[in-house]
Design a protein around this ligand. Structure first.
Ligand code: KG4
Ligand code: ZN
Length: 341
């Protein structure tokens, strides 16, 4: 089953072709970062217009890289939400048009289901597993009991992790998008230089990052009073301390959730997904943990499948086509996992 998928939920125009949900035949991502840099964030109207300019060319590139023509495609998929509505419409209407003219099915996909499915790409991962989804818009712990059976066990009550990274990076004067820059800066700093707060939440598997963000703001304000520019090594220490606090918070809750929810499983499997799964510190932390715990299995997507891409959308379309029923509804919904009682 060869699926061509389009992802245009935010600021990446992406088209991919994937066979049987796992084998990536091509994956093209055209980033709009340069367009949004002067504004320090994504401008929705500009993003939608840019998708419109790039989508046909991206489609042609994906077909030629896979060595296929439109007639070889068995189904067309696109992200329907959550995301920027003008941007989503470009990908969704392109995929629907292709489906209409070829007579092949159209499969609408929820962006969060797609991030979960990014771990099926070029891997052997099968449910059951716990997914830690950390992106610019979401921070969630999802129990994946089967390909089409996912339960939300916890989520952020305020900022998503990627959002906290981007906001703190901006306060530190780092370029947009801040997450990867903050991650790089953190590699050279001392993670224990500053003691930062960790939020307690009423529900054990929920998260909160706004207090940490405010603590960083206060520290930066205090630093700015002492001197005109924050010295590089101090900035690196701040970045490293922030990163250390985020990773320890994520790890503590995730590992507790894994032991609580998968008691019957001799091997406990964790899959990390979303843009922040590209974070070097987070990847390092969990791979060290895996090396020291024989009953723990870790899956993290390859770098190209962590941040937004269309291969994960094609995989979700293969493994979780039930979302087709939700295709229109999903436009107005941010969460489409059943909530744990
Ligand atoms: O999944 P994604 O591409 O888009 C959403 O669905 O939100 O995630 C983008 C987020 C941004 O906040 C970006 O700063 C963050 O992922 N990100 C990172 C890293 N790479 C991307 N955050 C921390 N460290 C990174 N290396
Ligand atoms: Zn995403």
């Amino acid at each position: 089953m060869i699926i061509l998928a389009i992802e245009t939920s935010c600021d990446d125009t992406a088209v991919a072709i994937v066979e049987d949900g796992r084998r990536v035949l091509s994956s093209i991502i055209q980033s709009q970062t340069d367009l949004h840099i002067p504004f320090g964030g994504v401008v929705p109207e500009a993003a939608a217009r840019d998708h419109l300019l790039r989508v046909n060319q991206t489609l042609e590139l994906a077909l030629s890289e896979a060595g296929l023509s439109i007639d070889n495609i068995d189904a067309f998929a696109a992200t329907l939400g959550p995301g920027l509505i003008g941007s989503l419409l470009v990908g969704a209407n392109t995929a629907k048009t292709l489906s209409f003219i070829t007579g092949k099915p159209f499969i609408g996909i929820n962006h969060l289901h797609a991030h979960v499915a990014s771990n099926y790409l070029e891997s052997e991962l099968k449910p059951p597993f716990l997914c830690l989804l950390v992106s610019g818009g979401h921070t969630q712990l999802i129990k994946v009991s089967n390909y089409d059976q996912m339960t939300l066990l916890g989520e952020t009550l305020d900022d998503a992790v990627g959002e906290a990274y981007d906001k703190v990076a901006r306060l530190m004067g780092l370029p947009y998008p801040g997450g990867p820059h903050l991650d790089t800066l953190a590699q050279t700093g001392n993670p224990k230089a500053y003691k930062l707060p960790r939020a307690r939440t009423e529900q054990p598997f929920d998260f909160s990052f706004s207090g940490l963000k405010t603590a960083m703001l206060r520290l930066l304000e205090a630093e700015a009073k002492q001197e005109t520019t924050v010295e590089h090594s101090r900035a690196a220490n701040l970045a490293a301390s922030f990163q250390h606090t985020v990773i320890e918070t994520l790890a503590e809750k995730t590992l507790k959730c894994l032991t609580t929810e998968f008691t019957g499983q001799s091997t406990k499997t964790l899959a990390i997904a979303g843009g922040v799964s590209a974070n070097k510190g987070l990847r390092q932390y969990f791979s060290n943990y895996e090396q020291n715990h024989p009953d723990f299995r870790l899956y993290i997507p390859k770098m190209g499948y962590c941040t937004d891409n269309a291969a994960m959308v094609a995989s979700a379309a293969y493994f979780n086509p039930l979302t087709n029923d939700l295709q229109m509804e999903v436009f107005s919904r941010s969460v489409s996992f059943s909530k744990a009682s």
